[in-house]
Design a protein around this ligand. Structure first.
Ligand code: GDP
Ligand code: MG
Length: 395
């Protein structure tokens, strides 16, 4: 069938339709005299308007079909933010051969003090005599290794003095002695629960919030679902800071209004973790209170509050201490340990101090495992503490 025949057949079939449309146009023109001059074209304007209306309806229905963010189980109308889809900025470093180098650069101040200090001792090519041992003793003490530990090390070295005649030999001997002390076997009693509830404590400014951000980054990367809880409600900027870390790491955050009860936020956080089937909950806390309330009492109250949801929670109380405060770090850790009990330690700002020897002092004194060390402000600057890696980075 050629095109002309087809057109003829179609026109023929449409004659009744055209007749109906013309009839409708006639009626419309009669009802509305204003339309009378357009009677000739009115009949085809009716189907044209219908087509436009159908197209308009299709566009509207497509716009309404835009996907919505589903409401999560257990979500309330409090200030709960949804997890952000922002991927972690940094890539995993687990198998990165540059890890030791970056640890060395983080610890460069301590490394310079210790390693170059030992090199300087042997400049004149002398033997390991009493004068030299005395200088070494001073070097170790200024590196915050602690008086007792230093004395023990010097004594052992003086017994081996005849075997040591170069700085390389001294470094090897010193490294072995340091390693012996930091490998001090502290049983790590922490077993992971689901959700594993961690409470992070420590005085203001030591790096609690930053450490939580770094930990969240690490756990999210491992594929864990992480909820962080803004329990430092006393400082206005604290929740904001934590929210930024949540966005960067891909963790969820539970926060209340400023100045609200930290125990209540912690309660909500753990409850949300149970409802959302999270793997890890990390609770931030204040380091100092602006009210007359006692910090230790407030921390105990947070503990009681979360244990109302999970009887043995918090499963891990992690204390953060600032390495740049030297012996003060040790004193703080002891105070918190006596008052609330700590299960693990994180030593931060090891990049900012030449006194990295505090690691040795803390590990050998406190009897609590040092789990991580902070060597910078970025998400990746947190390393699981590995005694051998640490000793390698120092000497
Ligand atoms: N250089 C360095 N700075 C750090 C480290 N950890 C934290 N900080 C900085 O220390 C300051 C206080 O940290 P913050 O997490 O707010 O301490 P918080 O008061 O205990 O929560 C911030 O400027 C952090 O960037 C670290 O390992 N190295
Ligand atoms: Mg903080």
């Amino acid at each position: 069938m050629d095109f002309n025949t087809l057109l003829q057949k179609l026109t023929h079939a449409l004659i009744p339709v055209k007749a109906i449309l013309e009839d409708l146009a006639e009626r419309a023109a009669t009802a509305l005299p204003a339309l009378a001059p357009y009677k000739g074209i009115l009949w085809w304007m009716i189907p044209a308007t219908a087509v436009i209306l159908i197209l308009l309806l299709l566009v509207i229905s497509a716009a309404l079909k835009t996907p919505k963010v589903p409401m999560k189980e257990g979500e309330t109308d409090r200030e709960l933010s949804t997890p952000t889809q922002t991927p972690p900025i940094l890539t995993s470093t687990a198998a990165d051969p540059g890890v030791l180098n970056s640890l060395k650069s983080g610890l460069s101040k301590t490394r310079t003090a210790l390693s170059s200090g030992v090199d300087a001792l042997f400049k004149g090519g002398q033997t390991l005599d009493d004068d030299l041992l005395e200088e070494l003793e001073e070097l170790l003490i200024t590196s915050d290794i602690g008086v007792r530990t230093t004395m023990e090390i010097i004594e052992t070295l003086s017994e081996k003095a005849s075997e040591i005649s170069t700085s390389a030999e001294l470094k090897t001997a010193l490294k072995a002695l340091l390693l012996e002390r930091i490998s001090f076997d502290v049983p790590n009693k922490i077993t992971m629960k689901k959700p594993h509830v961690m409470m992070v404590i420590g005085v203001n400014g030591v790096g609690k919030t930053t450490t939580i951000g770094k930990l969240a980054t690490r756990f999210v990367r491992e594929g864990k679902k992480v909820i962080i809880v803004a329990g430092d409600t006393f400082r206005a900027a604290a929740s904001e800071q934590l929210t930024i870390w949540a966005e960067r790491s891909g963790a969820e955050i539970v926060r209340h209004k400023d100045n609200s009860d930290p125990a209540a936020v912690a309660f909500d956080g753990v409850q949300a973790a149970v409802a959302r089937d999270a793997d890890i909950v990390i609770i931030d806390t204040a380091g100092r209170l602006h009210t007359k309330k006692n910090l230790m009492e407030e921390l105990k109250k947070i503990r009681r509050s979360v244990s109302n949801i999970i009887a043995d929670a918090p499963h891990e109380t992690l204390m953060v201490v600032d390495a740049t405060t030297g012996q003060n770090a040790l004193t703080q850790a002891q105070l918190f340990h006596e008052a609330v009990g700590i299960d693990s330690l994180v030593l931060t700002k090891l990049d900012g101090t030449a006194k990295g020897g505090i690691v040795i002092g803390i590990t050998s004194t406190l009897g609590v495992p040092l789990t991580y060390i902070g060597v910078g402000e970025q998400a990746d600057d947190l390393r699981p503490f590995d005694a051998e890696e640490f000793a390698d980075a120092l000497l």
